[in-house]
Ligand binder design. Structure first.
Ligand SMILES: Cc1ncc(COP(=O)(O)O)c(C=O)c1O
Length: 421
């Protein structure tokens, strides 16, 4: 009897965990491989957490708002699991500023960061036999979450020479009647793309043709500094239903506050089906959502953060993106086909035949970590082998130092440079 029980428990704990690569997992391994010295401190351009650098700091008003809600003692209890009504309303008003049809509080579900909005979206859409279309390169949490939900993942390519636009023909070829959605990340991670109005409209038209929905990850919303302005996908909600996912994390520079949202943008009311609403609400009961006092601070944070704060962040990102691209041009064996116009990251291609002893992107990043104490993310972690992702949300001096070390590394490992000697 006891043996049976142990056997049953072992069966449970030995169940297979999806073997997806995670960004955190691989960065941890790289970090362990560094040999930092006092002169050569570790510089990480691997994570998308701008708060690691003091030049990216959150607005004072956000802190004041949180202190006010905390010290009021009014928000120590549970909030409704879909979020506080005033928080839902504040997010609805914030997003409605740019939409033709205004959102209402009921369209908004408050989540623990955009990560939980991803989990919520995939969980409510999951059903037996379902598949989801994901961008490659992309953000690995989607595939990990899909694996836990038994949703089949089908990848479509983003095209580097076309500003990392979605390969719409591939999307059409991949979809079938079991496709639960097309994920679009704009502004993009890991590519730094910002899509035009026309391209976003084409994506919505494609979703309509395929009778599916768009899951629009706008966690980097408004962090755009190139030719294309940021256009929210929700504008096209009348063409195909859109689930918009977002958070305060990046625009307000508070990723640790875990305040995000899932929003239904759909003037035709597909998501208003009572059964669907019930399903979202039930799933929110499981999630729990972010701390009530953080939620309570949101209306003031949104209303009182000044434009000058946002402009400063965007200008700084534009500056650091420029540093990144200018320096990369001087480095042998790597190139960047598209100058980032938004978000905080850029994809850089490795030209391995020009390198002496580097077998692939993983090898490149491990040797770089060991020799130069610089951490970059291997492209494989975001679905693109033999590329690397560089996060440029860093202070300009550290960025220049890191790229200088990257240059010496590439020079040391390149055939051309060694031939000259
Ligand atoms: C594309 C994308 N989606 C979602 C997230 C998660 O956002 P949050 O930190 O708000 O959970 C990130 C974080 O880096 C991201 O890059």
């Amino acid at each position: 009897m006891e043996g049976n029980l142990v056997g049953a428990i072992n069966n449970q704990v030995e169940m297979e965990t999806p073997n997806n690569i995670t960004i955190k997992g691989i960065l941890g391994l790289l970090m362990a491989n560094t040999e930092a010295t006092d002169v050569k401190k570790v510089i990480s351009l691997g994570m998308g957490d701008p708060t690691l650098y003091s030049c990216f700091h959150s607005p004072d008003v956000a802190h004041d708002a949180v202190i006010e809600s905390l010290t009021s003692h009014k928000f120590n209890g549970y909030s409704p699991t879909v979020g506080l009504p005033q928080t839902r309303k504040a997010i609805a008003d914030y997003l409605s500023r740019e939409l033709p049809e205004k959102l209402c509080a009921d369209d908004v579900y408050i989540t623990a960061g955009c990560t939980q909005a991803i989990e919520l979206a995939l969980s409510i859409l999951a059903r037996p036999g379902a598949n989801i279309l994901l961008p490659r390169p992309g953000f690995p949490i989607y595939a990990l979450c899909a694996a836990f939900r038994n949703i089949e993942v089908r990848y479509f390519d983003l095209i580097p020479d076309k500003g990392w636009e979605v390969d719409l023909n591939a999307v059409e070829a991949l979809a079938d009647h079991n496709t639960i959605g097309i994920v679009v990340i704009n502004p993009g991670n890991p590519c730094g793309n910002v899509y035009s109005y026309q391209h976003l409209q084409q994506i919505a038209e494609t979703a309509k043709k395929l009778r599916t929905i768009v899951i629009a990850d706008e966690v980097y919303g408004h962090l755009a500094f190139g030719a294309n302005p940021f256009v929210p996908m929700g504008i096209f909600g009348d063409i195909a239903p859109v689930l918009t996912l977002g958070s305060l994390s990046k625009r307000w520079l508070v990723p640790g506050w875990r305040l995000g949202w899932l929003v239904t943008n759909d003037p035709n009311g597909t998501f208003k089906n009572p059964k669907f609403v019930e399903r979202i609400k039930k799933y929110c009961d499981i999630c729990g959502g972010p701390a009530t006092f953080i939620q309570a601070a949101v209306p003031r944070i949104i209303q009182q953060t000044e434009d000058v704060f946002f402009r400063k962040t965007v200008n700084l990102l534009k500056w650091t993106a420029d540093i990144c691209c200018d320096k990369i041009k001087e480095i042998p064996c790597i190139s960047c086909p598209y100058k980032p116009e938004g978000s905080m990251a850029v994809m850089v291609k490795l030209h391995l035949p020009l390198m002496i002893d580097i077998s692939d992107d993983i090898d490149f990043c491990f040797k770089l970590a060991k020799e130069e104490s610089v951490i970059l993310l291997p492209g494989l972690a975001v679905g693109l082998k033999n590329w690397i992702r560089i996060t440029f949300a860093a202070d300009p001096a550290s960025l220049e130092e890191a790229l200088g070390r990257l240059k010496s590394f590439c020079q040391r490992h390149s055939y051309q440079q060694n031939d000259h000697h």
